[in-house]
Design a protein around this ligand. Structure first.
Ligand code: SF4
Ligand code: SF4
Length: 70
């Protein structure tokens, strides 16, 4: 399975990655706050991740790491 890791406390909750993801599996966690006081992004269903890394490319804060299954 492909894997996306979120650096929760680096994320500023801008939501850019949520719009970039073609699978629409990234959402802002409105019930959580990180150390900076932002709602961090979460992966809703990792099994649907295509490993395309568009989310990581889009993130201005380099808060996402994508590992594609080989
Ligand atoms: S790697 Fe692609 S499919 Fe997976 S979460 Fe990021 S944008 Fe979505
Ligand atoms: S683009 Fe980066 S900073 Fe913005 S919500 Fe996504 S992970 Fe967080």
């Amino acid at each position: 399975m492909n894997r996306v890791t979120v650096s929760v406390d680096t994320c500023k909750g801008c939501g850019l990655c949520t719009t970039a993801c073609p699978q629409k599996i990234l959402v802002l966690a409105h019930n959580k706050l990180n150390a900076k006081g932002y709602h961090p992004v979460e992966v809703t269903d990792m099994t649907k991740c295509k490993g395309c890394a568009l989310c990581a490319l889009m993130c201005p804060d380099v808060a996402l790491k994508v590992e594609k299954e080989v």
